[in-house]
Design a protein around this ligand. Structure first.
Ligand SMILES: C[S@@+](CC[C@H](N)C(=O)[O-])C[C@H]1O[C@@H](n2cnc3c(N)ncnc32)[C@H](O)[C@@H]1O
Length: 186
């Protein structure tokens, strides 16, 4: 059981907006997609609707239970798994999506193992999409553009773009960044 279980069970997770974050770009290429920190599955489900083969991983068993129930209700197939994204050795994916996980790990000083593992989860040429809250936001614990660019640098990552993006919560929008990168063949 995690603290995340509580907010999912109680329906008090502020990021639960009933749809994928509008600041995400889900026009991604490749059949196999990994949604890390998938929560109750809104991003995974949208990608499955678009025809991708989706694996969703979250540390909260309650969130994964909710995600599985949504998939079943819609007749969608998604491989939802309870697991820690910092040690999720699941093979390589054509695309990886992180909607709010990196900033959550960064907040508690737990991001480094995750950042070290990500290159092993992306196929050569595979894409990475990260939506993260900015340190400029009211909470102060988010990421700066410099931190994001340092975390996804050459030679492991290429074609890195970092654009301002809103992260929506039930309390309103927060400033954030949308990062896109491509895994090199190295
Ligand atoms: C801000 S929420 C975002 C959820 C979802 N991606 C979304 O956009 O609604 C962060 C999620 O990361 C999950 N999480 C936190 N630490 C994790 C870890 N070490 N491994 C996997 N998931 C984790 C939480 O349970 C939570 O569902």
């Amino acid at each position: 059981m995690t603290g995340y279980d509580d907010v999912y069970r109680n329906g008090t997770a502020p990021w639960e907006i009933g749809r994928p974050q509008p600041g995400l770009d889900l026009e991604i290429t490749g059949p196999r997609v990994l949604d890390l920190g998938c929560g109750s599955g809104e991003v995974s489900l949208e990608l499955a609707r678009r025809g991708h083969q989706v694996t969703g991983v979250d540390i909260s068993a309650v969130a994964i239970g909710q995600a599985r129930a949504k998939a079943a209700a819609e007749g969608l197939t998604v491989d939802f798994r309870v697991g820690d994204a910092r040690s999720a050795r699941l093979g390589r994916f054509d695309a990886i999506v992180d909607s709010g996980l990196l900033h959550s790990l960064h907040r508690y000083g737990e991001a480094q193992d995750y950042l070290d593992l990500l290159p092993q989860l992306a196929a050569p040429g595979g894409s990475l999409t990260v939506l993260a809250i900015s340190a400029a936001g009211a909470h102060g614990w988010g990421l700066t553009e410099e931190q994001l660019r340092a975390a996804f640098a050459a030679p492991t990552w290429t074609g890195v773009t970092v654009e301002p993006a809103e992260v929506v919560s039930v309390d309103g929008p927060l400033p954030g960044f949308l990062l896109k990168a491509t895994r090199t063949a190295i």
